[in-house]
Design a protein around this ligand. Structure first.
Ligand SMILES: [Zn+2]
Ligand SMILES: [Zn+2]
Length: 201
């Protein structure tokens, strides 16, 4: 289990505690156990197959972050997290089990659907919050083996984050990474300016 102090820091970073964040906290815990290193720079690379709340916990706890380029998003809509350790090539795949943490608790689902469609009475809201908190507590305390499948994978880590020159867009004059410029009417433009020019044609 992750110490309360760390959980509090993750909540402060993300803004609230929710089931998604709890999943991310546990996935990060498992990754750190298996990989035995936090990504100070880029020694650990994460590939996340979703962009939900869980990824904030992954970023905060493992040090694989969007800004450093060692967090790669693949839009598969799955709670799957892959980690690669550069020094020895160890790679793992963590996937949330379909039946983990009463994912399909009907009472919870019904209330949640109603909340989105019609709103809830005070009692219903209280009930939903209670069930939600129970679910979060369960995720945070349950055995990692019940929550996730874990396997080692035989894959090379994704490439290092590239660093490119910045060039000035000849229309808005803002600096733009050179690989993100397009040439039109003899000028190099940033993508937003290029899109505007294209619409004029
Ligand atoms: Zn959240
Ligand atoms: Zn521009």
């Amino acid at each position: 289990m992750v110490p309360d102090k760390i959980v509090e820091l993750v909540i402060a970073f993300h803004g609230h505690l929710c089931p998604g964040l709890a999943i991310g906290i546990r996935a990060a815990e498992l990754a750190l156990q298996e990989m035995d290193s936090r990504a100070g720079d880029e020694e650990l690379v994460a590939v996340v197959e979703n962009d939900n709340c869980s990824v904030d916990a992954i970023q905060f706890m493992t040090g694989c972050t969007f800004g450093k380029g060692n967090l790669i998003f693949q839009d598969h809509g799955k709670n799957v997290y892959r980690f690669y350790r550069r020094e020895d090539g160890k790679a793992i795949r963590i996937a949330q089990k379909a039946d983990a943490a009463k994912r399909k608790d009907p009472a919870y689902q019904t209330l949640q659907d109603k909340q989105h469609k019609a709103g809830l009475s005070d009692e219903e809201l209280e009930r939903l919050n209670f069930l939600r908190e129970e679910r979060i507590k369960k995720i945070l305390s349950m055995d990692l083996k019940e929550l996730f499948t874990l396997k080692e994978i035989n894959e090379t880590p994704p490439q290092h984050a590239n660093i490119y020159e910045s060039v000035e867009c000849e229309h808005c004059h803002e600096l733009t990474m050179e690989t993100r410029t397009r040439r039109i009417h003899g000028k190099w433009l940033c993508l937003p300016c290029y899109a505007k020019q294209e619409r004029k044609i």
